[in-house]
Write a protein that binds this ligand. Structure first.
Ligand SMILES: Cc1cc2nc3c(=O)[nH]c(=O)nc-3n(C[C@H](O)[C@H](O)[C@H](O)COP(=O)(O)OP(=O)(O)OC[C@H]3O[C@@H](n4cnc5c(N)ncnc54)[C@H](O)[C@@H]3O)c2cc1C
Length: 307
């Protein structure tokens, strides 16, 4: 069968796009999913920070939309791990409202809600190509193919493998999950952002499968140019942050969350000008609903054009 729209990639953006198309009642939509090892996936590594204290009102509104969606879903009983933990901006003393979400739970919830509203799911395995086929496109995966009039490629940085001429502005992101105990009082720690020298460090509490953990990240404090894998530069980071965060002294990394992400934090929609659409955004967990809405609008407009 030829679907009207195939959303390819079930990360935060793909899942939110499928969810939005379902809300709009667009028929014959399919979400083409790989599996966890099918391509680079940023969302399982995400810190999950959703803070809408931003100078840019559009960004603030997009992030607040995700927060508000999460609050309503959790209130309605959705199994999404969300913690209310404000940002403490040490430089200004501002305590800003924020949430921390387990991104995999949000993706699973959006995917399930799209499915309940009639979006089909196909497991393609790793997608290796998208080709023109008749009036539409064929999405070629190692396990199966999907035909559709319009294709939304939402493979995160994996989009680069299929559409190499995308503007390539990627950055490595890395977070240390520390081996310190998080007792009742520490569990209430805000997400602390501290300026140090020319950069800053941040520390927050996050829920993992094995319980609450302290997580430490940095920008511009320790150089890490290895984009092939995680690098344990925690000793160098301790030397820079332990005066500000004395409670982290001596902590070791239980694991390192890492991945590549787009540097641009605004949704970038591209494609071939016909029925193939690419959608990418850095820090997309926190704004995925609004990005999904933009991608759904582009997809329905393309469907009208080609249909
Ligand atoms: C360490 C770290 C911390 C972060 N912290 C935050 C944060 O606090 N807040 C925030 O908002 N964002 C954060 N991000 C960024 C956020 O995770 C990404 O911006 C977001 O996940 C991008 O969403 P996406 O749907 O575009 O891509 P992805 O999350 O990468 O999802 C893409 C999906 O497509 C699949 N895929 C890729 N290639 C193929 C292929 N060829 N075939 C089949 N399937 C494929 C992947 O397996 C995945 O399922 C962080 C990222 C990292 C690495």
């Amino acid at each position: 069968m030829t679907y009207a729209i195939a959303v390819v990639g079930a990360g935060p953006i793909g899942a939110a796009t499928a969810h939005e198309l379902a809300l709009r009642g667009v028929p014959d939509v399919v979400l083409a999913c790989g599996g966890p090892d099918d391509g680079p996936a940023a969302y399982p590594q995400s810190g999950g920070s959703v803070c809408w204290h931003r100078p840019d009102p559009d960004k603030a509104a997009a992030i607040e939309e995700t927060a508000s969606y999460l609050r309503s879903a959790v209130e309605a009983g959705a199994p999404i791990r969300v913690r209310t933990a404000p940002y403490l901006l040490l430089e200004t003393g501002v305590l800003a409202p924020a949430l921390n979400v387990t991104a995999a739970d949000l993706v699973a919830h959006l995917t399930a809600s799209a499915g309940r509203a009639g979006v089909a799911t196909v497991t393609t395995g790793p997608v290796t190509a998208v080709r023109r086929a008749g009036p539409g496109y064929r999405v070629i995966g190692e396990q199966s193919t999907v035909d559709a009039q319009v294709v939304v490629l939402a493979l995160g940085t994996g989009n680069l493998a299929l559409v190499p001429d995308l503007p390539r502005e990627l950055e490595k992101r890395q977070l240390f999950v520390l081996d310190l105990p998080v007792d009742g009082r520490r569990a209430d720690l805000p997400h602390i952002v501290a300026p140090i020298g020319d950069g800053y460090a941040y520390c927050f509490v996050k829920e993992f499968d094995n319980g609450l953990r302290l997580v430490l990240g940095q920008e511009e404090l320790v150089e890490d140019t290895d984009t092939t894998g995680p690098v344990d530069y925690l000793d160098a980071l301790h030397a820079r942050v332990d005066t500000t965060f004395p409670f982290l002294a001596g902590a070791r990394a239980e694991r390192i969350l890492w991945g590549l992400d787009w540097t641009t934090k605004a949704p970038a929609l591209g494609g071939d000008g016909a029925g193939l659409i690419t959608v990418n955004c850095g820090s997309a967990v926190r704004a995925c609903l609004s990005i999904g809405r933009a991608a759904a609008t582009a997809a329905t407009a393309a469907l009208t054009r080609v249909g």
